[in-house]
Ligand binder design. Sequence first.
Ligand SMILES: Nc1nc2c(c(=O)[nH]1)N[C@H]1C(S)=C(S)[C@@H](COP(=O)(O)OP(=O)(O)OC[C@H]3O[C@@H](n4cnc5c(=O)[nH]c(N)nc54)[C@H](O)[C@@H]3O)O[C@H]1N2
Ligand SMILES: Nc1nc2c(c(=O)[nH]1)N[C@H]1C(S)=C(S)[C@@H](COP(=O)(O)OP(=O)(O)OC[C@H]3O[C@@H](n4cnc5c(=O)[nH]c(N)nc54)[C@H](O)[C@@H]3O)O[C@H]1N2
Ligand code: SF4
Ligand SMILES: [Mo]
Length: 744
Amino acid sequence: MTTSADTHCPYCALQCAMTLTSPTGLAPASQPGPVPVSAPPAAKHEAPQAPTHVPLTVQGRDFPTNRGGLCRKGWTSPSLLNHAGRITEPLLKGPDGVHRPISWEQALDLAVAAVKDARARHGADAVGVFGGGGLTNEKAYMLGKFARLALGTSRIDYNGRFCMSSAAAAGMRAFGVDRGLPFPLESLDTASTILMLGSNVAETMPPFVQHLKGTRDAGGLIVVDPRRSATAAFTADGGGLHLQPLPGTDLALLLGISHVVIHENLVDTSYLEERTSGYSAVARSVNSFWPERVQSLTGVPAELIRETARRLAAGARQGGSYILTGRGVEQHVDGTDTATAAINLSLLLGLPGSARSGYGTLTGQGNGQGGREHGQKADQLPGYRKITDPAARAHVAGVWGVPEELIPGPGLPAVQLLQSLGKPDGVRCLFVHASNIAVASPDANAVIQGLRSLDFLMVCDFFMSETAVEADLILPVLQWAEEEGTLTNLEGRVLRRRRALAPPPGARSELWIMARLAEALDAPSTYSEDPETVFEELRLASAGGLADYSGIDYAMLDRGEAAYWPYPAGSTGTPRLFQDAFAHADGKAVMVPVTPRRRRTPAAPPAGDGTTAKTMTLITGRLLEHYQSGAQTRRVPELLAAQPEAQVQIHPAAAASMGITEGALVSVANERGEVVCRAQLSNAIRPETVFLPFHFPELESANRLTEAATDPISGMPEFKFNTVWVRPVAVPLSTNVLQTTEAS
Ligand SMILES: Nc1nc2c(c(=O)[nH]1)N[C@H]1C(S)=C(S)[C@@H](COP(=O)(O)OP(=O)(O)OC[C@H]3O[C@@H](n4cnc5c(=O)[nH]c(N)nc54)[C@H](O)[C@@H]3O)O[C@H]1N2
Ligand SMILES: Nc1nc2c(c(=O)[nH]1)N[C@H]1C(S)=C(S)[C@@H](COP(=O)(O)OP(=O)(O)OC[C@H]3O[C@@H](n4cnc5c(=O)[nH]c(N)nc54)[C@H](O)[C@@H]3O)O[C@H]1N2
Ligand code: SF4
Ligand SMILES: [Mo]
């Protein structure tokens, strides 16, 4: 009997709609049974028994974001559901470093003992929690509550700090609210001009490009990227413009475009007067950024800067103009200011809140939007409430049924949290849910050392990620198709994830795990393991907050109703924000003047071993086939075959000057570490810059090179601008880490 379930892709924030089908019928939903007592030890990394192979397939489903389309990752996503490498039993690391199965009862006892021990010896803040933007709203909400009430710690943050935080901070500062796209994605379809800064949707959200087609056909797509990325390539043949700045100079570029807008009288003066404050300070701040000067700072020809300003202004008057930012401009120590400059430009032109124009940031992870709203951020409580706001604390304490003083204050943002691992006054016992920090964090070598210096590391995952390898205790959890829940896509639209399969008998839901641990820790309040019950509580906790979900329920989502937050009870939600007012008390958007700060002078390469190393700029990012740290996609045979290893993209002229040929081994190093991988010669990159994807571990891990420097406002790390020394190497790769990853 063939059975199908309508759901959404487990990976990115586009949340493409898909139907999951099993020709043998979808297994019935199973409840976690009684906790088994002890299991025989087995000296194995991966759990011995694999679930029976069910030939699962997915089909794209018509939905406004993907219109039936899926990318390669989406198509192959079911293959991980019954992958042989799936962890299906709790695993404890022995003194010999080998993980062996233990019972759930033993596992929970160990976790509780570790928490109690850390608390007794070092205080409640010695226990830390690291969450992820892939968690459902229900799990993200419960993780925040669990950390603060059951563990009593302020030390919770998540990988969204690496991803969303700068644009979020800029959006909060300017608009008083942060919803990645404050308009439905379909609005882009009819725009005459779209300026995309540091976003490569053609690889990171392939079905998205359908929404760029109209603008491209009209010649109005403008892409800002130091590489001629797949998205930048769309601007060829009359599709629009590609601006190829030096990495890290987007802020100056945006000030240059704003300069032209002001000096050519392209500003929307009545909009500025009625809907914004702070214009004159911003006008003064761009004064010295005339196009020729900006050309010398960024490498972008002055004429292209002028042309961009004029096209945006023309679009604002007719057809619509949108400005969109991605990680390329946000993952910098000045990411908040750069996003602010993009917002200021959009305000000068009167885009935000107008019927057919706007500014937005392209949220990345599956639940990158919802994941930042419900309390796993160090400084936030559910409903996007500030943890320092007395009224917000009182509201949430009321929903939780606890005295307000029981809720700890703000914790540490992700990078600082990771830097505190194992330190005397830092985190000594860490729980990781849905992040592979050993690969995805800046200065990954230091993070791995931090993980190793912990008294206790617990990782919840379904695969032996590079972070799980470091764990004392690994708890096997459910994959997407085995759980119920909701996610909020890049448009701020809440979607249902549906259970289609029974999980392997040994895996448990994270809600179940938190409920059991909270019980054993005698935690105040309640910890339901039922997603819908948790969502009902989240509705109450979010009511009246910026991200208000109180009018949303499972039944309406199951009927396919579009639910864009804020969605207060009794309303019909908000597909398009800011039509009448911004979220500040006076209803106006705030323009904040920003200017580039001077960057650190790079260290010279160490004197040599006979080869000449060249000092270059490293940018990092994504390939179509792999997702994030690669913990999932490196286990999909088709994806691994297409992109089996990291390659460093380098301009042929730069390569030639060092004697590097296509496919040659190259060392990319700096004071933090070294990557050795093959060279991919390409005219698509600027000659002083090299590009590495961050999807690979160990010797190919780009984050061995990135600096843990952060934006002072958002805490977002510098992933996209680092100094490296590049040279050819003669030695072969010592171990090919990719080949040792287990096959499917
Ligand atoms: N295939 C795939 N898709 C994904 C993901 C994935 O891992 N793989 N992850 C998802 C997530 S969580 C996210 S956050 C999104 C990210 O989606 P994107 O933001 O599109 O991804 P990136 O590749 O990190 O960066 C985009 C571009 O920024 C450019 N860039 C680098 N430095 C600079 C700079 O200084 N200035 C400018 N203007 N551009 C620069 C890079 O060359 C790159 O082409 O993708 C989501 N989708
Ligand atoms: N150099 C460089 N580094 C970067 C970036 C960059 O552009 N350059 N981008 C940054 C960005 S934008 C992001 S978002 C991060 C992402 O990087 P990570 O935080 O490492 O994200 P994933 O690789 O998706 O890791 C998720 C892990 O959790 C598991 N998992 C998936 N779903 C669940 C679940 O529901 N529960 C549990 N418990 N586990 C689950 C997966 O198997 C995987 O091991 O990387 C950041 N790092
Ligand atoms: S674009 Fe994103 S959501 Fe759509 S199929 Fe690909 S990974 Fe999945
Ligand atoms: Mo991300």
